[in-house]
Design a binder for this molecule. Structure first.
Ligand SMILES: Nc1nc2c(ncn2[C@@H]2O[C@H](COP(=O)(O)OP(=O)(O)OP(=O)(O)O)[C@@H](O)[C@H]2O)c(=O)[nH]1
Ligand SMILES: [Mg+2]
Length: 214
């Protein structure tokens, strides 16, 4: 997609604050500092539209970015940030669960992992939750980012290792190497997102407040 127009529409911590435009939504999840905001900026051709930081845990709300008036990217707070208090972490979990399980407009999730390392326990838990029966077949794209930090000759090995650790299933998910630094993978990630946007399936597992449909 050629992107010309992006608005940071809103931050939400609860369903009453979600947008009501009826546009499809794609969520971005992953550990703090893995590169969610950077991936957003890469996809929308902006240097620093979504705040990036070397300081993990900066994003603490669901941030909805409206792209070309066609889709929302939803930047979800990074999990696994040790310095966030336990009660704050529990609040995040409720907020994230509420959104990922119940949001009717959600068409797919991009889960970011670090291409350099085996996925963490939290990455594995997140992947298994996203691809579990209870998510009702919600499409998941695993993106291994910061690929520029490993030599090209080691990409296949990295991919194999990540898939093995996640117990990755081709049936319920896709995989792509990515770099916000070199823009590698940008087109493929966009194609995946556009395919999800065209698919009108409602994957929510529970009723939420009625949404305006289009
Ligand atoms: N080399 C390289 N650095 C990256 C890449 N993606 C992100 N980074 C760097 O990693 C750091 C964290 O990136 P962010 O995009 O802020 O990460 P985030 O997942 O949004 O972090 P939180 O908002 O804290 O959850 C920044 O210093 C980025 O410049 C990449 O593909 N390659
Ligand atoms: Mg961020």
């Amino acid at each position: 997609m050629e992107v010309h127009n992006v608005e940071m529409v809103m931050s939400a911590v609860q369903p009453s604050q979600y947008p009501t435009d009826g546009l499809p939504e794609i969520a971005l999840v992953g550990r703090s500092n893995v590169g969610k905001s950077s991936l957003t900026n890469t996809l929308i051709n902006r240097k620093a539209f979504a705040r990036t930081s070397s300081q993990p845990g900066k994003t603490q709300t669901l941030n909805f970015y409206k792209v070309e008036n066609q889709v929302f990217f939803v930047d979800v707070p990074g999990y696994g940030y040790a310095k966030v208090s336990k009660s704050a972490r529990e609040k995040f979990q409720v907020m994230i669960g509420e959104y990922l399980e119940k949001r009717q407009a959600l068409r797919g999730v991009v889960q970011l992992v670090d291409a350099r390392h085996a996925p963490s326990r939290e990455d594995i838990e997140m992947y298994h939750w996203l691809t579990s029966e209870e998510m009702g077949g919600l499409p998941v794209l695993v993106v291994a980012t910061k690929a520029d930090k490993i030599a090209r000759g080691r990409w296949n090995k990295a991919e194999r290792e990540i898939k093995k650790t996640l117990q990755f299933s081709d049936q319920v998910s896709d995989f792509e190497m990515f770099s916000s630094e070199t823009k590698y993978g940008k087109e493929i990630v966009w194609e995946w997102i556009e395919a999800r946007m065209l698919d009108g399936t409602d994957f929510s597992v529970d009723d939420d407040t009625p949404e305006t449909s289009n």
